[in-house]
Design a protein around this ligand. Structure first.
Ligand code: FE2
Ligand code: FE2
Length: 246
């Protein structure tokens, strides 16, 4: 039995959105997902998909994407990504009702793997615009947007705390924390998300969202303050699910 994670499948079976323009790694990426997930994940394993599942804007446009995910091996747990327009944050319970026993939608709730609680939320982080000097150094940024970002971060921390609270109330003391957005932005060393991870003593923080060589290093990777930080965006892993726990 093992716990795996992979993010940003960016499927678009019904909306005909091809990811090929984003580079070689994305060419026929759905075939790679099917191949590598099937090779790595066993039926008794758990696979957390950390958001940006589908390009469909409404649930009926995502049905085939969700059916594709459903057919992958293992128990599948889904996190909300910024592109998952089909998933209204207030209607998570309804999605869980509909996909009961097939897919689990992680939002304002938690899942269990062995003696760990799997907690998480979409998260948020300020992504610019940044103003650069001729050498590419950051000399400023859009302050209004940064202020807006702070509000979104605050809202997401409340959702994350709710997930931790429920798990703790149920008696869990070991946690794996999932975010779609990276826990810190390129200006930060720590953030409200890293602070919450520390406060609860999370064993790992798993996130995705960062695409392309230039963005893979945007946030923390590896051990930081005793917590393992893992980037699992699909293109970063060439669509091989990453082992979080065994
Ligand atoms: Fe993405
Ligand atoms: Fe994203």
């Amino acid at each position: 039995m093992a716990l795996y994670a992979l993010g940003d499948l960016h499927l678009g079976f019904q909306v005909n959105k091809s990811m090929d323009i984003f580079g070689k790694v994305w060419k026929h990426h759905e075939r790679k997902i099917e191949k590598f997930v099937t090779q790595i994940v066993k039926p008794e394993d758990t696979l957390v998909l950390t958001g940006d599942h589908s390009w469909g804007r409404k649930l009926p446009e995502c049905r085939e994407d969700l059916a594709f995910i459903e057919k992958l091996p293992g128990r599948k747990i889904l996190l909300r990504g910024n592109h998952d327009m089909f998933w209204d944050a207030k209607k998570t319970a309804r999605l869980n009702e509909e996909y009961r026993g097939r897919l689990f939608f992680l939002q304002n709730n938690y899942a269990v793997y062995k003696d760990y609680a799997l907690v998480g939320t979409k998260g948020f982080t300020f992504e610019g615009p940044f103003y650069l000097n001729r050498r590419g150094g950051i000399i400023g940024w859009d302050e209004e947007r940064e202020l807006q970002a702070r509000k979104l971060v605050e809202r997401e921390t409340l959702r994350l705390r709710e997930s931790f609270r429920q798990a703790e109330e149920a008696g869990y003391r070991k946690f794996i924390m999932f975010l779609h957005y990276p826990p810190t932005n390129i200006l930060e060393e720590t953030s409200p998300f890293t602070e919450i991870a520390q406060e609860y003593g999370a064993s790992a923080v798993v996130y995705s969202h960062c695409h392309g060589e230039n963005r893979f290093g945007d946030s923390i990777r590896g051990e930081f303050h005793g917590i393992q930080y893992m980037l699992v965006s699909g293109d970063y892993l060439n669509f091989h699910p990453a082992l979080v726990l065994d």
